[in-house]
Design a protein around this ligand. Sequence first.
Ligand SMILES: [Zn+2]
Length: 112
Amino acid sequence: MPVPIRPDSRLSRIRAMSTPELLDRVTVLRDQMDDEALELLHAELASRGIGQDEIGAHLREMRFKIVQHPDGMPAVCHKCGRAAVVSRLEWHRMWGMIPLFKRQRYWCEEHS
Ligand SMILES: [Zn+2]
């Protein structure tokens, strides 16, 4: 049975995001967001005093750094919600120890 989603849970998740993650989501990850999310993300950025100038600067900085999947969609960090800037072929390990197979993993600036 599906767990009902509280209407304020989305807003509280957005409020808990770092400013760079919010900026990634309204710029390079924009196509992966729905209209309601974009509205909430922009409202949260505005409440932090961040406007169109900063958003435009972030887009100019990030658009040539991001890593894309073969279909052209920007990759997201394996550890957080930021746009990935590095991709590496890494071992997938059972219980974090036993190597099973290699897989492509994506990492943001902070976690790369
Ligand atoms: Zn990350």
